[in-house]
Design a protein around this ligand. Structure first.
Ligand SMILES: C[S@@+](CC[C@H](N)C(=O)[O-])C[C@H]1O[C@@H](n2cnc3c(N)ncnc32)[C@H](O)[C@@H]1O
Length: 425
Protein backbone atom coordinates (compact mmCIF):
# COMPACT_ATOMS: atom_id res chain seq x y z
CA UNK A 1 0.00 0.00 0.00
CA UNK A 2 1.24 3.45 -0.84
CA UNK A 3 1.60 5.05 2.63
CA UNK A 4 1.56 8.52 1.12
CA UNK A 5 -2.02 7.98 0.07
CA UNK A 6 -3.34 6.18 3.15
CA UNK A 7 -6.07 7.85 5.16
CA UNK A 8 -4.84 8.02 8.74
CA UNK A 9 -8.38 8.09 10.12
CA UNK A 10 -8.38 4.32 9.92
CA UNK A 11 -5.46 4.21 12.29
CA UNK A 12 -4.89 7.65 13.81
CA UNK A 13 -1.51 8.21 15.43
CA UNK A 14 -1.91 8.71 19.17
CA UNK A 15 0.13 11.88 19.29
CA UNK A 16 -1.22 13.56 16.17
CA UNK A 17 -3.49 16.52 16.82
CA UNK A 18 -4.93 16.25 13.32
CA UNK A 19 -4.56 13.49 10.79
CA UNK A 20 -3.21 13.95 7.33
CA UNK A 21 -6.56 12.86 6.04
CA UNK A 22 -7.87 14.92 3.15
CA UNK A 23 -11.44 13.71 3.58
CA UNK A 24 -11.84 14.46 7.34
CA UNK A 25 -9.86 17.66 7.18
CA UNK A 26 -11.85 18.82 4.19
CA UNK A 27 -15.05 18.35 6.18
CA UNK A 28 -13.84 20.60 8.98
CA UNK A 29 -14.04 23.97 7.21
CA UNK A 30 -14.02 25.78 3.93
CA UNK A 31 -10.63 27.20 4.83
CA UNK A 32 -9.09 23.80 5.37
CA UNK A 33 -10.73 22.55 2.18
CA UNK A 34 -8.83 25.10 0.18
CA UNK A 35 -5.62 24.16 1.95
CA UNK A 36 -6.12 20.46 1.49
CA UNK A 37 -6.75 20.99 -2.20
CA UNK A 38 -3.16 22.05 -2.52
CA UNK A 39 -2.01 18.54 -1.71
CA UNK A 40 -0.70 16.63 -4.64
CA UNK A 41 -2.42 13.34 -3.95
CA UNK A 42 -0.15 11.46 -6.31
CA UNK A 43 2.95 12.41 -4.37
CA UNK A 44 4.17 15.07 -2.00
CA UNK A 45 2.10 17.74 -0.18
CA UNK A 46 2.95 21.24 -1.30
CA UNK A 47 5.33 23.46 0.60
CA UNK A 48 2.48 25.86 1.52
CA UNK A 49 0.38 23.05 2.95
CA UNK A 50 3.19 21.75 5.12
CA UNK A 51 4.22 25.17 6.34
CA UNK A 52 0.72 25.83 7.56
CA UNK A 53 -0.29 22.41 8.75
CA UNK A 54 2.73 20.60 10.03
CA UNK A 55 2.98 22.43 13.35
CA UNK A 56 -0.48 21.00 14.10
CA UNK A 57 0.05 17.62 12.58
CA UNK A 58 3.32 16.68 14.19
CA UNK A 59 6.30 14.77 12.81
CA UNK A 60 4.81 11.35 13.33
CA UNK A 61 1.81 12.20 11.16
CA UNK A 62 4.20 13.35 8.46
CA UNK A 63 6.14 10.12 8.84
CA UNK A 64 2.96 8.08 8.38
CA UNK A 65 2.50 9.56 4.95
CA UNK A 66 6.05 8.71 4.08
CA UNK A 67 7.77 12.02 4.68
CA UNK A 68 11.14 11.94 6.36
CA UNK A 69 12.14 14.82 8.61
CA UNK A 70 14.81 15.82 6.20
CA UNK A 71 12.27 15.92 3.38
CA UNK A 72 9.84 17.95 5.47
CA UNK A 73 12.58 20.32 6.57
CA UNK A 74 13.59 20.74 2.94
CA UNK A 75 10.02 21.46 1.96
CA UNK A 76 9.27 23.90 4.73
CA UNK A 77 10.95 26.93 6.17
CA UNK A 78 14.39 26.70 7.66
CA UNK A 79 15.11 25.41 11.14
CA UNK A 80 14.05 28.12 13.62
CA UNK A 81 16.91 27.19 15.92
CA UNK A 82 20.09 29.14 15.22
CA UNK A 83 22.93 27.00 13.84
CA UNK A 84 25.06 27.95 16.82
CA UNK A 85 22.35 26.69 19.21
CA UNK A 86 21.87 23.51 17.21
CA UNK A 87 25.60 22.78 17.50
CA UNK A 88 25.63 23.56 21.20
CA UNK A 89 22.65 21.23 21.70
CA UNK A 90 24.41 18.37 19.95
CA UNK A 91 27.53 18.92 22.03
CA UNK A 92 25.55 18.92 25.29
CA UNK A 93 23.65 15.80 24.24
CA UNK A 94 26.86 13.90 23.51
CA UNK A 95 28.29 14.91 26.87
CA UNK A 96 25.13 13.89 28.68
CA UNK A 97 25.12 10.50 26.94
CA UNK A 98 28.56 9.85 28.37
CA UNK A 99 27.69 10.95 31.89
CA UNK A 100 26.90 8.50 34.71
CA UNK A 101 23.66 8.35 36.66
CA UNK A 102 22.15 10.42 38.16
CA UNK A 103 23.43 12.94 35.59
CA UNK A 104 22.17 11.19 32.48
CA UNK A 105 18.70 11.94 31.15
CA UNK A 106 16.16 9.26 32.08
CA UNK A 107 14.27 7.33 29.44
CA UNK A 108 11.37 9.78 29.66
CA UNK A 109 13.69 12.68 28.89
CA UNK A 110 15.48 10.81 26.13
CA UNK A 111 12.12 10.27 24.47
CA UNK A 112 11.35 13.94 24.90
CA UNK A 113 14.39 14.76 22.76
CA UNK A 114 12.49 14.38 19.55
CA UNK A 115 9.71 16.53 20.96
CA UNK A 116 12.25 19.22 21.70
CA UNK A 117 13.65 18.86 18.18
CA UNK A 118 10.21 19.55 16.85
CA UNK A 119 9.63 22.56 19.09
CA UNK A 120 13.04 23.98 18.26
CA UNK A 121 12.52 23.46 14.55
CA UNK A 122 9.21 25.30 14.47
CA UNK A 123 9.50 27.83 17.26
CA UNK A 124 13.16 28.31 18.02
CA UNK A 125 13.76 30.03 21.37
CA UNK A 126 11.72 33.22 21.56
CA UNK A 127 9.00 34.16 24.09
CA UNK A 128 9.67 31.07 26.15
CA UNK A 129 6.90 31.67 28.65
CA UNK A 130 4.41 31.41 25.78
CA UNK A 131 6.07 28.58 23.90
CA UNK A 132 4.87 25.02 23.79
CA UNK A 133 7.65 23.69 25.95
CA UNK A 134 6.37 25.82 28.81
CA UNK A 135 2.86 24.37 28.55
CA UNK A 136 4.40 21.20 29.90
CA UNK A 137 6.58 22.96 32.43
CA UNK A 138 4.73 25.77 34.14
CA UNK A 139 1.96 27.53 32.19
CA UNK A 140 -0.89 25.35 30.95
CA UNK A 141 -3.08 26.86 28.25
CA UNK A 142 -6.18 28.68 29.60
CA UNK A 143 -8.31 25.89 28.14
CA UNK A 144 -6.45 23.17 30.04
CA UNK A 145 -8.74 21.58 32.69
CA UNK A 146 -5.87 21.89 35.16
CA UNK A 147 -6.46 25.64 35.28
CA UNK A 148 -9.96 25.22 36.74
CA UNK A 149 -8.58 22.74 39.23
CA UNK A 150 -5.98 25.27 40.36
CA UNK A 151 -8.68 27.94 40.78
CA UNK A 152 -10.99 25.54 42.62
CA UNK A 153 -8.22 24.52 45.00
CA UNK A 154 -7.42 28.12 45.89
CA UNK A 155 -11.08 29.00 46.44
CA UNK A 156 -11.61 25.80 48.43
CA UNK A 157 -8.71 26.66 50.73
CA UNK A 158 -10.07 30.17 51.17
CA UNK A 159 -13.59 28.95 52.03
CA UNK A 160 -12.24 26.29 54.36
CA UNK A 161 -10.87 29.04 56.62
CA UNK A 162 -14.33 30.66 56.83
CA UNK A 163 -16.42 27.49 56.92
CA UNK A 164 -17.76 27.87 60.45
CA UNK A 165 -21.04 26.12 59.57
CA UNK A 166 -19.33 23.13 57.92
CA UNK A 167 -20.97 23.76 54.54
CA UNK A 168 -18.16 22.00 52.65
CA UNK A 169 -19.10 18.82 54.52
CA UNK A 170 -22.84 19.30 54.31
CA UNK A 171 -23.38 20.20 50.66
CA UNK A 172 -22.28 17.91 47.82
CA UNK A 173 -22.10 19.11 44.20
CA UNK A 174 -25.13 18.29 42.05
CA UNK A 175 -22.90 16.47 39.55
CA UNK A 176 -21.10 13.17 40.05
CA UNK A 177 -17.39 12.52 40.19
CA UNK A 178 -17.73 10.57 36.91
CA UNK A 179 -18.64 13.81 35.16
CA UNK A 180 -14.97 14.79 35.35
CA UNK A 181 -16.03 18.32 36.40
CA UNK A 182 -15.69 17.85 40.15
CA UNK A 183 -12.59 17.96 42.33
CA UNK A 184 -11.84 15.88 45.39
CA UNK A 185 -9.95 17.88 47.98
CA UNK A 186 -9.35 16.40 51.46
CA UNK A 187 -11.95 13.69 50.72
CA UNK A 188 -14.57 16.36 49.97
CA UNK A 189 -16.11 16.46 46.53
CA UNK A 190 -16.66 19.98 45.19
CA UNK A 191 -17.55 21.67 41.91
CA UNK A 192 -16.93 25.23 40.79
CA UNK A 193 -20.65 26.10 41.04
CA UNK A 194 -20.77 24.76 44.56
CA UNK A 195 -17.68 26.67 45.67
CA UNK A 196 -18.80 30.05 44.34
CA UNK A 197 -22.29 29.52 45.80
CA UNK A 198 -20.87 28.78 49.25
CA UNK A 199 -18.65 31.82 48.82
CA UNK A 200 -21.73 34.04 48.15
CA UNK A 201 -23.47 32.55 51.19
CA UNK A 202 -20.60 33.30 53.55
CA UNK A 203 -20.43 36.87 52.28
CA UNK A 204 -24.11 37.27 53.20
CA UNK A 205 -23.50 35.48 56.48
CA UNK A 206 -20.92 38.15 57.36
CA UNK A 207 -23.57 40.83 57.00
CA UNK A 208 -26.46 38.86 58.52
CA UNK A 209 -25.95 35.41 60.11
CA UNK A 210 -29.74 34.81 60.10
CA UNK A 211 -29.64 34.09 56.39
CA UNK A 212 -27.92 30.77 57.03
CA UNK A 213 -29.50 29.84 60.32
CA UNK A 214 -33.04 31.22 60.80
CA UNK A 215 -36.44 30.95 59.11
CA UNK A 216 -36.14 33.69 56.50
CA UNK A 217 -37.68 34.70 53.19
CA UNK A 218 -34.91 34.77 50.59
CA UNK A 219 -35.67 36.18 47.14
CA UNK A 220 -33.33 35.76 44.20
CA UNK A 221 -33.68 37.58 40.90
CA UNK A 222 -32.11 35.76 37.94
CA UNK A 223 -31.13 32.50 39.64
CA UNK A 224 -29.70 30.57 36.69
CA UNK A 225 -30.14 26.85 37.28
CA UNK A 226 -30.65 27.56 40.97
CA UNK A 227 -27.17 26.87 42.37
CA UNK A 228 -27.59 29.36 45.21
CA UNK A 229 -31.06 28.02 46.06
CA UNK A 230 -29.63 24.49 46.10
CA UNK A 231 -26.82 25.45 48.46
CA UNK A 232 -28.95 27.59 50.77
CA UNK A 233 -31.78 25.03 51.09
CA UNK A 234 -29.21 22.43 52.21
CA UNK A 235 -27.46 24.92 54.50
CA UNK A 236 -30.66 26.25 56.06
CA UNK A 237 -33.72 23.98 55.79
CA UNK A 238 -35.88 26.71 57.32
CA UNK A 239 -35.46 29.12 54.44
CA UNK A 240 -38.26 29.97 52.02
CA UNK A 241 -36.43 30.49 48.75
CA UNK A 242 -38.24 32.47 46.08
CA UNK A 243 -36.77 32.44 42.58
CA UNK A 244 -37.89 35.14 40.13
CA UNK A 245 -36.51 34.70 36.64
CA UNK A 246 -37.10 34.95 32.91
CA UNK A 247 -39.02 32.04 31.34
CA UNK A 248 -36.22 30.00 29.78
CA UNK A 249 -34.00 29.97 32.83
CA UNK A 250 -36.93 29.55 35.23
CA UNK A 251 -37.87 26.45 33.27
CA UNK A 252 -34.37 25.03 33.74
CA UNK A 253 -34.38 25.70 37.49
CA UNK A 254 -37.87 24.32 37.97
CA UNK A 255 -36.89 21.11 36.19
CA UNK A 256 -33.42 20.68 37.71
CA UNK A 257 -33.83 21.65 41.36
CA UNK A 258 -36.47 18.98 42.13
CA UNK A 259 -34.05 16.41 40.69
CA UNK A 260 -31.16 17.42 42.91
CA UNK A 261 -33.08 18.49 46.04
CA UNK A 262 -34.99 15.34 46.90
CA UNK A 263 -37.69 15.39 49.61
CA UNK A 264 -38.07 19.16 49.31
CA UNK A 265 -41.22 21.17 48.87
CA UNK A 266 -41.57 23.11 45.62
CA UNK A 267 -44.19 25.69 44.77
CA UNK A 268 -44.51 25.47 41.00
CA UNK A 269 -44.99 28.41 38.69
CA UNK A 270 -48.50 27.37 37.63
CA UNK A 271 -49.61 27.45 41.26
CA UNK A 272 -47.67 30.47 42.47
CA UNK A 273 -48.61 32.76 39.56
CA UNK A 274 -52.29 32.56 40.52
CA UNK A 275 -51.79 33.97 44.02
CA UNK A 276 -52.82 37.63 43.79
CA UNK A 277 -51.06 38.77 46.96
CA UNK A 278 -47.88 37.24 48.36
CA UNK A 279 -47.29 37.94 52.02
CA UNK A 280 -44.31 37.38 54.25
CA UNK A 281 -46.35 35.23 56.66
CA UNK A 282 -47.52 33.06 53.81
CA UNK A 283 -43.95 32.54 52.58
CA UNK A 284 -42.64 31.81 56.09
CA UNK A 285 -45.40 29.23 56.57
CA UNK A 286 -44.33 27.56 53.29
CA UNK A 287 -40.58 26.86 53.39
CA UNK A 288 -39.14 25.28 50.24
CA UNK A 289 -38.53 26.69 46.80
CA UNK A 290 -40.97 28.94 44.94
CA UNK A 291 -40.83 29.67 41.22
CA UNK A 292 -42.14 33.02 40.01
CA UNK A 293 -41.63 35.55 37.23
CA UNK A 294 -39.90 38.88 37.94
CA UNK A 295 -43.14 40.82 37.45
CA UNK A 296 -44.71 38.88 40.33
CA UNK A 297 -42.47 40.85 42.69
CA UNK A 298 -45.13 43.55 42.42
CA UNK A 299 -47.55 41.24 44.24
CA UNK A 300 -45.25 40.88 47.24
CA UNK A 301 -46.25 42.83 50.31
CA UNK A 302 -43.75 45.57 51.08
CA UNK A 303 -40.81 44.42 53.21
CA UNK A 304 -41.38 40.72 52.51
CA UNK A 305 -37.80 39.62 51.85
CA UNK A 306 -35.29 39.15 54.66
CA UNK A 307 -32.67 38.83 51.98
CA UNK A 308 -32.69 39.75 48.32
CA UNK A 309 -29.92 38.50 46.04
CA UNK A 310 -28.99 38.82 42.40
CA UNK A 311 -25.85 37.50 40.77
CA UNK A 312 -24.52 38.35 37.30
CA UNK A 313 -27.89 39.70 36.17
CA UNK A 314 -27.91 43.53 36.38
CA UNK A 315 -24.70 43.58 34.36
CA UNK A 316 -26.81 42.58 31.35
CA UNK A 317 -29.45 45.29 31.86
CA UNK A 318 -29.67 49.00 31.11
CA UNK A 319 -29.03 51.45 33.93
CA UNK A 320 -32.70 52.44 33.84
CA UNK A 321 -33.75 48.81 34.25
CA UNK A 322 -31.41 48.39 37.18
CA UNK A 323 -32.79 51.56 38.71
CA UNK A 324 -36.34 50.21 38.43
CA UNK A 325 -35.33 46.89 39.97
CA UNK A 326 -33.60 48.77 42.80
CA UNK A 327 -36.82 50.63 43.49
CA UNK A 328 -38.62 47.27 43.76
CA UNK A 329 -35.86 45.82 45.93
CA UNK A 330 -36.01 48.84 48.21
CA UNK A 331 -39.73 48.36 48.68
CA UNK A 332 -39.81 44.60 49.07
CA UNK A 333 -36.72 44.05 51.23
CA UNK A 334 -36.50 44.40 54.99
CA UNK A 335 -33.03 42.89 55.53
CA UNK A 336 -29.99 42.55 53.32
CA UNK A 337 -29.47 43.02 49.60
CA UNK A 338 -26.58 41.01 48.13
CA UNK A 339 -25.41 41.49 44.60
CA UNK A 340 -22.40 40.37 42.56
CA UNK A 341 -21.89 41.83 39.07
CA UNK A 342 -19.16 42.52 36.55
CA UNK A 343 -17.16 45.64 37.36
CA UNK A 344 -17.11 46.73 33.73
CA UNK A 345 -19.35 46.08 30.72
CA UNK A 346 -16.21 45.84 28.59
CA UNK A 347 -15.73 42.34 30.02
CA UNK A 348 -18.84 40.89 28.37
CA UNK A 349 -18.66 43.41 25.51
CA UNK A 350 -22.34 43.08 24.56
CA UNK A 351 -22.69 46.78 23.62
CA UNK A 352 -26.48 46.73 23.85
CA UNK A 353 -26.83 49.66 26.22
CA UNK A 354 -25.94 47.75 29.38
CA UNK A 355 -24.95 49.51 32.57
CA UNK A 356 -21.28 50.38 32.14
CA UNK A 357 -19.54 50.04 35.47
CA UNK A 358 -19.81 49.77 39.24
CA UNK A 359 -19.95 53.54 39.71
CA UNK A 360 -23.10 53.71 37.54
CA UNK A 361 -25.13 51.45 39.84
CA UNK A 362 -27.95 53.51 41.36
CA UNK A 363 -27.56 52.16 44.88
CA UNK A 364 -29.84 54.11 47.19
CA UNK A 365 -28.17 56.58 49.56
CA UNK A 366 -30.29 55.37 52.48
CA UNK A 367 -29.08 51.76 52.09
CA UNK A 368 -26.39 50.99 54.60
CA UNK A 369 -23.41 49.39 52.88
CA UNK A 370 -21.93 46.49 54.84
CA UNK A 371 -19.51 45.06 52.26
CA UNK A 372 -17.96 46.12 48.95
CA UNK A 373 -15.09 44.12 47.46
CA UNK A 374 -14.09 41.68 44.76
CA UNK A 375 -15.17 38.12 45.49
CA UNK A 376 -12.41 35.74 46.58
CA UNK A 377 -12.23 34.19 43.11
CA UNK A 378 -12.20 37.09 40.60
CA UNK A 379 -11.10 40.68 40.22
CA UNK A 380 -13.54 41.12 37.33
CA UNK A 381 -16.57 41.23 39.63
CA UNK A 382 -17.64 43.24 42.64
CA UNK A 383 -19.82 41.90 45.40
CA UNK A 384 -21.65 44.15 47.77
CA UNK A 385 -24.11 43.80 50.63
CA UNK A 386 -26.46 46.50 51.87
CA UNK A 387 -28.73 46.58 54.86
CA UNK A 388 -32.14 47.92 53.93
CA UNK A 389 -34.46 49.29 56.59
CA UNK A 390 -37.35 47.17 57.86
CA UNK A 391 -39.56 50.23 57.67
CA UNK A 392 -41.08 51.43 54.41
CA UNK A 393 -39.66 54.75 53.24
CA UNK A 394 -41.60 57.77 54.46
CA UNK A 395 -39.95 60.69 52.64
CA UNK A 396 -42.56 63.05 51.23
CA UNK A 397 -45.31 61.18 53.03
CA UNK A 398 -47.52 64.19 53.71
CA UNK A 399 -47.44 65.41 50.13
CA UNK A 400 -48.01 62.00 48.62
CA UNK A 401 -50.65 61.04 51.13
CA UNK A 402 -52.50 64.08 49.99
CA UNK A 403 -52.17 62.76 46.48
CA UNK A 404 -53.65 59.48 47.73
CA UNK A 405 -50.71 57.06 47.45
CA UNK A 406 -47.78 55.87 49.57
CA UNK A 407 -44.31 57.33 49.20
CA UNK A 408 -42.92 54.14 47.65
CA UNK A 409 -45.76 53.32 45.36
CA UNK A 410 -44.29 55.18 42.38
CA UNK A 411 -46.05 54.47 39.11
CA UNK A 412 -44.30 51.94 36.89
CA UNK A 413 -41.99 53.60 34.35
CA UNK A 414 -42.40 53.26 30.61
CA UNK A 415 -39.46 52.09 28.51
CA UNK A 416 -38.52 52.44 24.87
CA UNK A 417 -37.45 49.45 22.79
CA UNK A 418 -33.80 49.93 23.86
CA UNK A 419 -34.86 49.51 27.49
CA UNK A 420 -34.33 53.19 28.37
CA UNK A 421 -36.85 54.97 30.52
CA UNK A 422 -39.12 57.38 28.70
CA UNK A 423 -39.46 60.71 30.48
CA UNK A 424 -43.01 61.33 31.46
CA UNK A 425 -44.53 64.77 32.03
C1 LIG B 1 -25.58 35.24 33.59
S1 LIG B 1 -27.03 34.55 34.24
C2 LIG B 1 -26.55 34.30 35.92
C3 LIG B 1 -27.36 33.19 36.55
C4 LIG B 1 -27.07 32.94 38.04
N1 LIG B 1 -27.36 34.09 38.86
C5 LIG B 1 -25.65 32.48 38.23
O1 LIG B 1 -24.82 33.30 38.64
O2 LIG B 1 -25.34 31.30 37.99
C6 LIG B 1 -28.12 35.96 34.30
C7 LIG B 1 -29.44 35.68 34.97
O3 LIG B 1 -30.20 36.91 34.98
C8 LIG B 1 -31.49 36.65 34.47
N2 LIG B 1 -32.04 37.87 33.87
C9 LIG B 1 -31.60 38.52 32.76
N3 LIG B 1 -32.39 39.58 32.50
C10 LIG B 1 -33.34 39.61 33.46
C11 LIG B 1 -34.46 40.47 33.74
N4 LIG B 1 -34.75 41.50 32.96
N5 LIG B 1 -35.22 40.19 34.82
C12 LIG B 1 -34.94 39.12 35.60
N6 LIG B 1 -33.91 38.28 35.39
C13 LIG B 1 -33.12 38.51 34.33
C14 LIG B 1 -31.28 35.52 33.47
O4 LIG B 1 -32.48 34.86 33.18
C15 LIG B 1 -30.29 34.65 34.23
O5 LIG B 1 -30.91 33.82 35.17
Amino acid sequence: MDTRRRCLCENPPEDAVLHLCPSSAARSSAESRSTINQVDYGGVPTRAFLRERLPLLGWSAAAKVGLTRRRVAALTRRDALATEDRQRLELMRRDNDLARMPYRATEHWRRLNSQFDEWFHWEGIRDVELQRMNQFFASPLPTDPKVLRYAAWMLYRDIEKRDELGLLDRIPPTISEESGRTFRFDKRLVSWDLLISIDHLYTMHEADPNVLTAPVVFVELGAGWGRLAYALRLANPEVTYVICDLPEVLLVASRYLPRVLRNETFYGYEHARLIPRLTRDQFLASPGVWFLAPQHLERFDDKTADAFASVASFQEMTKEQVDSYFRVIDRKTRGIFYTLQLRSASTHGLHLGEIEALDEYPFRPHWQRAILRSPAWSDLYFETVFRISTEPRTRGRGRRRAAGRSADAEPPRKFNSAGQAIRQQ
